[in-house]
Design a protein around this ligand. Structure first.
Ligand SMILES: *Cc1c(COP(=O)(O)O)cnc(C)c1O
Length: 430
């Protein structure tokens, strides 16, 4: 779209731009393949000389429209959809790292990503150093090595709710000639656009607020187009040297600002194939159409719930950056002035067993392995999502063993609080 529209308009209108006589609503292109008139036309597509669709593993019009909407919402130049948030984070890093390389990530990130970076990518010969984002400058500087290729953090960490100082880490990464990758899943581009603070690449688990209804697993990678790969060509041979699997094409030269996403599509998606199905992309698009309405409601409800929890004497601690006096309040005001997200981390006074009893006593709020959708839900990371981490790793990741992750939905806030209240009443004695 030519005019620069505001996020709410982009949520509803961006992406699918029908021409005369085409469906008004984004169609599901339920086709693996696309027809051309002759062999020459097809050959040009394979050589990346023409753009167009030929096989859904690489590109599909439904996915393309939704990726374009997400790119516009983030203020980036290009985006790709992936089958999951895990695939998005793997591709985002693997697109610029190879065996023998190193990268840095915050130790507060989502457990699945922590495991991907620390265990699985290590098996591919790519090493990740985890740093505590609260360390001082010198301690974090010490993690950079000559073979470091990127820095990775989450705008709001899952499940701890730590707010990432994007500008600070963008400056640090750029000083070392590497891009900053930010997983913006919890904030969404409605509440924070990391590119405006210097981030170079943004990833999403679209499974969460973007879909918002807990109906499809998906991911996205968005490139700002701002990182100058050629200025650090020796660090990024995959982008700045000829790709033998594409008969000698050099992505940074041939595609300029589109190089990163083009390589991720033409090489990683071609070879690894974690595509999002067009059916799921269609459902994701329906979610995106109301993202700008749902996020403020999640934040409003979460603020009310966090304030309730903070006042209740049976609650030991609450982490929600919207609470004045919270450790992340100032960073929240800077990066998330209109609200952060619906996820609250808190702990009860008492034992781990009482935390479990509290969750089992909830009536409307369900215990589910999910977060960030319309229905309020709860999870105990130490016994669910983060089971694979040792107590020490849990502590390093800023996750207390008593941490309860409450994902506040878009129901009526009084009903959510009433459910919490009755569960506290049967669990913890006054
Ligand atoms: C859930 C989540 C992921 C992983 O996404 P999936 O869609 O479950 O694969 C990555 N990052 C964050 C911040 C998440 O919350």
């Amino acid at each position: 779209m030519g005019k620069k529209f505001k996020p709410a308009t982009l949520c509803v209108q961006a992406g699918w731009q029908p021409q005369k006589g085409e469906p008004r609503v984004l169609p599901i292109y339920q086709s693996t393949t696309f027809k051309y008139d002759n062999s020459e036309q097809m050959a040009r597509l394979f050589d990346l000389e023409d753009s167009g669709f030929f096989y859904t593993r690489l590109q599909n019009p439904t996915n393309e429209a939704v990726a374009s909407k997400i790119a516009q919402l983030e203020g980036g130049v290009a985006a790709m959809l992936t089958s999951s948030g895990q695939a998005a984070n793997f591709y985002a890093v693997f697109n610029i790292c190879q065996a023998g390389d190193h990268f840095i990530a915050c130790n507060t990130i989502y457990g699945g990503t922590y495991n991907l970076f620390g265990v699985t990518m290590k098996k591919l010969g790519i090493e990740c150093t985890f740093v505590d984002p609260e360390w001082d400058e010198a301690q974090i500087e010490a993690a950079f090595r000559p073979n470091t290729k990127c820095f990775f953090g989450e705008t709001i960490s899952n499940p701890g709710g730590h707010v990432f100082d994007i500008e600070r880490f963008a400056n640090m990464a750029h000083k070392h000639g590497v891009p900053l990758i930010v997983d913006n899943t919890f904030a969404t581009p409605i509440n924070c656009r990391p590119f405006e603070w210097g981030a170079d690449i943004v990833t999403h688990s679209t499974t969460k607020y973007m879909d918002g209804h807990a109906v499809c697993v998906g991911g996205a990678i968005v490139d700002s187009g701002n990182f100058d790969w050629n200025a650090h060509a020796e660090k990024f041979p995959g982008l700045c040297e000829p790709d033998e699997s594409y008969h000698g094409l050099t992505y940074a030269k041939a595609f300029g600002k589109m190089a990163y996403i083009t390589k991720a599509t033409a090489q990683l998606m071609r070879d690894l194939g974690s595509i999002q199905s067009p059916q799921n992309a269609f459902l994701l698009n329906l979610g995106l159409e109301t993202l700008h309405l749902r996020m403020p409601q999640h934040c409003k409800n979460a603020q009310a719930v966090a304030e309730f929890l903070e006042k209740d004497e049976r609650v030991a601690w609450v982490n929600y950056c919207g609470l004045p006096g919270n450790k992340y309040y100032e960073l929240g005001q800077k990066y998330l002035p209109n609200g952060s997200c619906g996820v609250i981390a808190f702990g009860l006074k008492g034992t781990k067993e009482e935390a479990i009893k509290f969750m089992d006593s909830l009536k409307m709020i369900a215990i589910v392995t999910h977060v960030a959708d319309a229905r309020t839900c709860v999870l105990h990371p130490a016994s669910h999502t983060h089971r694979q981490l040792t107590d020490e790793q849990l502590r390093e990741a800023g996750i207390a063993p008593d941490l309860i992750r409450l994902s506040v939905g878009i129901e009526n806030a009084d009903d959510i609080i009433d459910d919490i209240k009755q569960a506290l009443d049967v669990t913890v004695q006054h």
